[in-house]
Design a protein around this ligand. Structure first.
Ligand code: SF4
Ligand code: SF4
Length: 387
């Protein structure tokens, strides 16, 4: 029996008319009437990880965001931009990207994302109380606008992972300390997904509209990743089903995507690919090449953290290392590091000092490094495995 519907459309442009048509067709495909936005405050959650140009594919494309808010407004709804970037303030991130201009042109309300409210979710496995941006509590429904990207820790970041930005500021890094491994971290992401539906004291609908027109491959999700065309717009009310379709359409392995594996297991919607109905294009019609995963994903998926000692971790899991000559010693990596593993450069050194015993391999430093200076280095055991 089909329990989830995912719309998949071919789209290879960010031209406003094409995006408007794609979003309207996507909603029609999943049986959502935009008239349902009427009279409601709609939380709109793009991916604004760091201030970056649209063609880097690090953020949701600003024109994709514009198309979504226009559609909501044309249907009588009030869009409210809610997003907490990883390290910079939302205000600064908007100013340094085209989002600031579009927010002004479209007269979009921007939430104060510093204030927090608490979701209560008794079914949570890791946490039953989750602090998120308070602004969500003043909205009637949410529109999630993820960018499809590969990810060094979680294999992909798509619809489920994009909701992590509901947690304010450096609270996100603290979660990496509490949950220092992809398994438990993604268990928490599923808690958050459930809580964002049921933790407000009333059910909250979330529509997921994914920007996979220009996606990211390689060492995503930040500056070390590479933009790659995927030519797709996807939509669903079921983020797990949507992530399965996206990761499969990207030519990646859905069995390595934690949010998909754990999502099926938790049973918020579809529990297997057989329960997903895809409406619209066929995956083969998208015309993009298969995307390359992050190299670190291989070992992250192999190693189960409860069995890793510091020494085994250092031998077997890629470690982040800034490259001298590219690193500008801006110390944004140090600011975000949840493990407290990064300190200032030693005298005469041209990169920060990393303590790999403390490093939990979350790769947040890679996400925020503005110079893409940090690369992953293999440990000795990994070289042995390769041989
Ligand atoms: S590695 Fe990147 S973020 Fe860290 S100090 Fe160097 S340039 Fe800045
Ligand atoms: S050094 Fe980088 S990968 Fe290690 S804990 Fe800090 S931010 Fe995470």
């Amino acid at each position: 029996m089909k329990t989830a519907t995912v719309s998949l459309l071919r789209c290879d442009t960010y031209a406003p008319e094409a995006l408007d048509a794609a979003l309207r067709a996507s909603l029609a495909n999943i049986g959502f009437d935009p008239a349902s936005f009427s009279g409601k405050r709609i939380a709109v959650k793009p991916n604004l990880l760091i201030p970056a140009a649209a063609d880097r594919a690090i953020t949701t494309h600003p024109e994709f965001f514009r198309a979504a808010v226009r559609l909501i407004k044309a249907s009588g709804g009030t869009p409210v931009l809610i997003e907490s970037p990883s390290i910079h303030s939302l205000e600064r991130t908007l100013k340094k990207t085209d989002f600031g201009r579009i927010v002004a042109e479209e007269n979009v309300e921007v939430a104060d994302v510093e204030k927090t409210g608490t979701l209560v979710y008794e079914a949570g496995r890791k946490f039953k109380r989750i602090e998120i941006c308070e602004a969500f509590f003043g909205c009637d429904m949410s529109v999630n606008l993820p960018k499809f990207k590969t990810h060094g820790l979680t294999y992909i970041t798509a619809a489920v992972k994009n909701l992590f930005g509901a947690i304010p500021g450096l609270g996100k890094s603290k979660m990496h300390v509490k949950l220092p491994g992809p398994n438990e971290f993604c268990d928490f992401l599923m808690d958050l997904y459930g809580a964002l539906h049921e933790g407000f004291g009333k059910p909250m609908e979330i529509i997921h509209l994914m920007d996979a027109i220009l996606a990211m491959e390689g060492e995503g999700p930040g500056t070390a990743g590479t933009a790659a065309p995927m030519n797709a717009v996807l939509a669903s009310m079921d983020a797990v089903a949507l992530d399965w379709v996206a990761v499969t359409a990207a030519g990646l392995d859905p069995k390595k995507a934690y949010t998909v594996v754990k999502g099926f297991e938790r049973g918020f919607g579809a529990r297997s690919p057989e329960e997903i109905e895809i409406v619209g294009a066929k995956m083969a019609d998208l015309g993009g090449k298969p995307l390359s995963p992050s190299r670190g994903s291989f070992m992250s998926n192999m190693v189960r953290w409860p069995f890793t000692s510091k020494r085994f971790k250092n031998l077997s899991i890629d470690r982040p290392l800034p490259r001298e000559g590219i690193c500008t010693l801006c110390y944004q990596c140090m600011k975000i590091c949840p493990g407290g593993a990064i300190s200032k450069a030693a005298e005469g050194a041209k990169r920060p000092t990393y303590d790999y015993d403390k490093c939990i391999r979350c790769y947040c430093c890679m996400e925020v490094c503005p110079e893409a200076a940090i690369e992953k280095k293999r440990g000795a055991l990994q070289w042995l495995f390769r041989l």
